[in-house]
Design a protein around this ligand. Structure first.
Ligand code: HEM
Length: 266
């Protein structure tokens, strides 16, 4: 029973991981194709077909912050999931270390450039969106600092927990899009979104929920892995399978509804 429960928990984590990696790399494909494509063509105004506080002609500092943010979004989203592969940690430790340093630094620069963009140029939605993502940024910086500290101290079990928290928080903006699409699909329409103002009840809730909910699930998973008996592990595995399936549906919705139509040739 114990080994079956361990296997189920591991299987559910792998299922979640594969689903998330596919979804995150589809997001990267969109960012590279849409923002990168427009930048290479010198047509930065095209960014504003999506962004609310986007490119501003002559606003050099803000534009550089935004462009840095978008470029690093690609690096962090490609590199992050590679840190979680046990084989690479065991067989290619120097890669894990260098990619890890790059990831942690990138997460900090993304948070700072993101904060700058939010509070100087704004973003979609109202105060909840701005405040929610700002808390997300602060939590990213805290978890990154802790992950780094424990890696340096070679306390690997503690480092792993903080690094996983950082990964989930960095994925907050991605969870936002995927969760939003899952919600819209589940309701057969944009219920609680708030129309053009994008400040409806669901958006206000999800501005915080998009990172706090996944963080809570991670804490439950870590608890189940470390302390639960077989029943707790099986329950966690079941929850993770169901949530991953939901995330899969959200990814499909986000890709078909938001990302593919904006990709070059899409
Ligand atoms: C760390 C992980 C993050 C990633 C991977 C990421 C990625 C992105 C991407 C891809 C976009 C373009 C939006 C789209 O096409 O859907 C974007 C825009 C933006 N991001 Fe981030 N971001 C992250 C964190 C943050 C944080 C923590 C903040 C704020 C504190 C932030 C603030 C912004 C702002 C203000 C925009 C422009 C929104 C607009 O003008 O409508 N980002 N980000």
């Amino acid at each position: 029973m114990r080994s079956a429960a361990n296997k189920a928990l591991k299987g559910s984590a792998i299922f979640w991981y594969v689903t998330a990696v596919i979804g995150q790399w589809l997001f990267v494909a969109y960012v590279a194709s849409f923002y990168g494509g427009a930048a290479m063509a010198g047509n930065f105004e095209r960014w504003n077909e999506v962004l609310v506080g986007g490119y501003v002609k002559g606003g050099t500092i803000g534009n550089v912050a935004l462009a840095t943010h978008l470029l690093l979004a690609i690096i962090i989203t490609v590199g992050g999931p590679l840190q979680l592969i046990p084989y690479l940690r065991a067989r290619a430790l120097p890669f894990h270390r260098w990619n890890g340093r790059l990831y942690l630094l990138t997460a900090i620069v993304m948070s700072l450039t993101g904060l700058y963009a939010v509070w100087t140029r704004g973003t979609a939605g109202g105060f909840s969106m701005r405040f929610g993502i700002s808390i997300n940024a602060v939590l990213i910086v805290i978890c990154v600092a802790m992950a780094w500290r424990y890696a340096l101290a070679r306390k690997i079990a503690v480092h792993r927990r903080w690094a996983l928290r950082a990964f989930i928080l960095v994925s907050g903006v991605w969870f936002f899009r995927v969760g939003l699409m899952l919600w819209i699909i589940a309701n057969s329409g944009p219920v609680g979104i708030g129309g053009k103002g994008f400040d409806g009840p669901f958006v206000r809730f999800w501005a915080y929920g998009c990172y706090l909910l996944p963080l809570a699930v991670l804490e439950l998973y870590l608890l189940a892995q470390g302390r639960s008996g077989p029943a707790g592990k099986l329950a966690m595995a079941g929850l993770l399978f169901v949530l991953s399936a939901g995330v899969g549906i959200g990814i499909f919705g986000a890709f078909m509804g938001m990302w593919l139509p904006r990709m070059a040739g899409g």
